[in-house]
Design a protein around this ligand. Structure first.
Ligand code: SAM
Ligand code: SF4
Length: 422
């Protein structure tokens, strides 16, 4: 697999949690803002410090072709803070001159001045979380913004696109929204058609239309458990989906992924990376990364993420993180891993077996050591910086194929089964 050319940065802060959302989110309250001195700014600054450190200690790779700042509500960051994150990526990887750099924005969390600031900081694509134009629906979803806020945000997007400051933008909508039991009035098809017409009239060159998923633990999930929600029938949900595809196709949008529609030339390059099998870097609380095809999810709470950033490379905490993922994460860091300890504590080998396995692996990787890509200093294994980190795929592939074979050949030991599920 080629080195990743894309990076996802997770900005977890929101004013409040919407009734349907189970993303890794930190609600700061409705008065929260990202500028210095406003509510929530200290939490945001502390988190950004961790994020900067994670980026700086990552393995490097070729310059990025797509960057995505998602959330949460990234528009709680100031343009200066967004610029600093892009600088950190620039320093660690470089960013291609024509890279697609996307920021998620929530209506009512930014104004035109702030939008201009983001564009000046390097953002060239926006994903706007509209969800609905209808105030009653927005309220029922627990959204903070109104239809008027969305209309205002759309005007700013149209201005930015028209004046050439923005390369593209996307509008998110949610379809098949549940209602409180007993309040269904019928007319859902016509109501949704009108939403689609407003979305088309917004001029958004890209639309993401998500069918509402009921997530356990959310307000909707709990209401559903108590029998308080009326969900659209499967037939209605299918009709709504068909209506969406038909209306948007008729308006010139291509349907290029299940929830994504784009005018020619406006498909999201970053979105496509997730589906194409190409790897991506991921940074931040709750972010999923798959730099070499193996998915690595970071802890979903601020405390968990902070502790994860502090832990030594061999810390066996984080039950369920298998050896191969721990190895990939550890070797992406400059400090590397203590291989024998990792084999013992994470893979569950007995101490002598772990030492023997580390020696065997070291012999196998001797050619990489000789080329200066890998350093073994005492017990600590590190990819050299920058050559080893840049060419890390070859080294890691070799290690993982060794591990797959060793695991298949070895029976469970007394101190624990050497299986990826440990
Ligand atoms: C995680 S949000 C981040 C963007 C921004 N904070 C917002 O809410 O607009 C990305 C998109 O995921 C969608 N989404 C989140 N939870 C969902 C759910 N349970 N079902 C369907 N769509 C959902 C929403 O449309 C949202 O715009
Ligand atoms: S949908 Fe967006 S604004 Fe609402 S809680 Fe989730 S991330 Fe935050």
């Amino acid at each position: 697999m080629f080195s990743p050319r894309s990076a996802y940065l997770h900005i977890p802060f929101c004013h409040r949690r919407c009734y349907y959302c189970d993303f890794a989110v930190v609600p700061l309250g409705d008065r929260a803002g990202g500028a210095t001195g406003q509510v929530g700014s200290a939490s945001i600054a502390a988190y950004l410090g961790l994020l900067q450190r994670e980026i700086a200690s990552s393995a490097s790779g070729p310059p990025l072709a797509t960057v995505y700042l998602g959330g949460g509500t990234p528009s709680l960051l100031t343009p200066g803070q967004v610029g600093e994150l892009l600088d950190a990526l620039q320093q660690r990887f470089g960013i291609d001159a024509g890279a697609e750099i996307t920021l998620e924005l929530d209506p009512a969390s930014f104004d035109q001045q702030r939008l201009i600031g983001y564009l000046e900081a390097g953002i060239n694509r926006v994903s706007l979380g509209g969800q609905s134009f209808d105030d009653a629906v927005l309220q029922s979803l627990g959204r903070r913004h109104s239809g008027a806020d969305l209309a205002q945000a759309i005007d700013w997007m149209a201005w930015a696109l028209g004046s050439g400051h923005l390369a593209s933008w996307s509008l998110d909508l949610i379809q098949a929204v549940p209602t409180l039991a007993g309040t269904t009035t019928g007319g859902e098809i016509e109501a949704w058609r009108s939403q689609l017409q407003r979305a088309i009239a917004s001029g958004a060159p890209h639309l993401s239309v998500y069918e509402l998923t009921l997530e356990p633990g959310t307000v909707f999930g709990k209401q559903h458990e108590r029998g308080l929600l009326s969900l659209p029938s499967d037939d209605l949900a299918a009709d709504l989906m068909e209506l969406t595809a038909g209306e948007l196709r008729g308006a010139g949008y291509g349907h290029y992924e299940i929830s994504s529609y784009a005018k020619p030339g406006h498909a999201s390059r970053h979105n496509r990376v997730y589906w194409s099998g190409a790897g991506w870097w991921g940074f931040g609380m709750g972010a999923t990364a798959a730099p070499w095809g193996h998915r690595e999810a970071r802890p979903r709470t601020r405390q968990g993420y902070g502790a994860w950033m502090e832990q030594p490379a061999t810390d066996p905490s984080g039950p369920g993180v298998p050896f191969d993922e721990r190895l990939l994460v550890g070797l992406r860091r400059r400090e590397g891993v203590r291989m024998a300890a990792l084999l013992e504590q994470v893979a569950g080998l007995a101490p002598e077996a772990a030492t023997a396995a580390a020696n065997e692996l070291a012999q196998r990787l001797e050619p990489f050591r000789q080329r200066g890509l890998l350093r073994i200093v005492g017990q600590r294994w590190q990819l050299s910086d920058p050559e080893g980190l840049a060419l890390s795929n070859a080294v890691l592939r070799e290690m993982l194929s060794w591990w797959d074979r060793a695991r298949a050949a070895q029976p469970p030991t007394a101190s624990g089964p050497p299986s990826p599920e440990t």
